[in-house]
Design a protein around this ligand. Structure first.
Ligand code: ZN
Length: 242
């Protein structure tokens, strides 16, 4: 059985900027990484498309879907699902939560990824994390659809938000994504509707690469990393050695 991971992304592009490297890297290690996009980001994260003449909600959604599918291919996503729950605001009812739980139970992820817990600029993001935690909890409940395989305790890693310092987000993990940076960069460039963010996130990855080296030994033997991603873990790790 292949190892697996699951990303819960509020909008269709978030998984690319924030954990595209983690996805490509784990895919290269044999993981099957699945992605749920709760919405397309059609209203709130598609400003460039809305500036074109004759745009409609359906046209924007279709364009964002194609972009996300192309990006997913570039970083070797195993499976991407679009829940089309609407954005600004994102709303997830009980049935939609159960659909997420179905995916979690089917995938049985070794780890999960979602947004920061706090994001006053984009409440869809922090709401997605709340929903991810709820769905994780429901998937662990023996009384939910008895007979199905119950979920273990996968870590939930919170990926890096925009304007990091305002989000009460503090990384405790740096992942070296240097070997797959080319793939992430290709995926970023699939997001034509948000071209203004491309170089911003290239910069973030380069700075985190510097932090990777500092934390892996600095000048006295730190491992070089050209690009990295930061994550904040929600749950403690269970270890036999420190
Ligand atoms: Zn977003």
């Amino acid at each position: 059985m292949a190892k697996t991971a699951l990303v819960i992304s509020a909008h269709s592009a978030d998984f690319v900027w924030r954990c595209g490297g983690a996805i490509a890297l784990h895919a290269s290690k044999g993981y099957e990484v699945s992605v749920i996009c709760l919405s397309y980001g059609e209203r709130g994260e598609s400003a460039k498309l809305w500036k074109n003449e004759g745009m409609t909600l359906e046209k924007v959604k279709a364009a964002r879907k194609v972009e996300a599918e192309n990006a997913a291919k570039a970083i070797d996503v195993h499976d991407i699902q679009f829940f089309d729950l609407g954005d600004y605001p994102l709303e997830v009812d009980r049935d939609a939560k159960y659909r997420i739980v179905d995916v979690i139970r089917k995938v049985q992820p070794d780890f999960m990824l979602s947004h920061s817990k706090w994001d006053p600029y984009n409440t869809d993001h922090m709401y997605a994390t709340q929903v991810a935690l709820e769905a994780r909890m429901i998937a662990q409940a023996w009384g939910h659809n008895p007979g199905e395989k119950v979920l273990g305790a996968p870590q939930l890693y919170l990926f890096e938000p925009h304007q990091t310092e305002q989000m009460e987000w503090k990384p405790d993990v740096f992942l070296d994504i240097s070997p797959v940076w080319g793939k992430k960069w290709a995926a970023i460039q699939c997001m034509e509707g948000q071209e203004h963010l491309w170089h911003y996130y290239k910069n973030v990855a380069e700075n985190r690469g510097n932090h990777f080296m500092r934390n892996s030994g600095g000048q006295s033997g730190g491992r070089k990393s050209t690009h990295a991603e930061g994550f904040q873990s929600v749950f403690p790790r269970t270890v036999d050695e420190l």
